[in-house]
Design a protein around this ligand. Structure first.
Ligand code: HEM
Length: 144
């Protein structure tokens, strides 16, 4: 059975030669991956109370291959009741004591861009009809 660690214990592993992180309740020893991670080693070298990197991991939109790689570094589970991370936003398997994490505003921007594209696609036929329709109303004899 997988070992269960407290959040505090995971936080003690925050050196370049001994580095653990938490992603969705699981603990990963990423020491050997620090210098190979395409996203850099800094994302792992966080303060003890930032060890739950679930939000950061998800936001990157890691590939299937990256998600499969996780198992390579798995060392155990974290006791959800001990998590006091400020990066956990409303995950019900954890009991965060503070919720200071704010989702980045890029999500809002994405929505606005998508909305404008949808609006443009909706309006385009009308605009084209307006311009080309005007032209075709002219008499073929040109005496209009
Ligand atoms: C053991 C945990 C992790 C593994 C195995 C992993 C693996 C990978 C892999 C394979 C890539 C290349 C792109 C892809 O295949 O998706 C990648 C990119 C990246 N990762 Fe991770 N990652 C881990 C954790 C994290 C965490 C916790 C963060 C941030 C909090 C992070 C941030 C990034 C960033 C910023 C990139 C670069 C994306 C780009 O340049 O397009 N990763 N990671």
């Amino acid at each position: 059975m997988a070992k269960i660690y407290t959040f505090e214990e995971v936080g003690k592993h925050n050196q370049k030669d001994d580095c653990w992180i938490i992603i969705h309740g699981k603990v990963y020893d990423v020491t050997s991956f620090l210098y190979d991670h395409p996203g850099g080693g800094d994302v792992f070298l966080v303060a003890p109370d930032e060890k739950d990197t679930s939000v950061g991991f998800d936001e990157v939109g890691h590939s299937e291959a990256a998600i499969e790689m996780l198992e390579t570094y798995f060392v155990g589970n974290v006791d959800g009741d001990t998590i006091t991370s400020k990066t956990v936003a409303g995950e019900d398997n954890h009991a965060p004591t503070q919720h200071t994490y704010a989702p980045p505003s890029t999500n809002d921007n994405d929505f606005i861009v998508k909305f404008l594209i949808a609006l443009l696609m909706f309006a385009l036929p009308f605009v084209l009809q307006y311009y080309y329709g005007k032209g075709s109303n002219k008499s073929p004899n040109g005496d209009n």
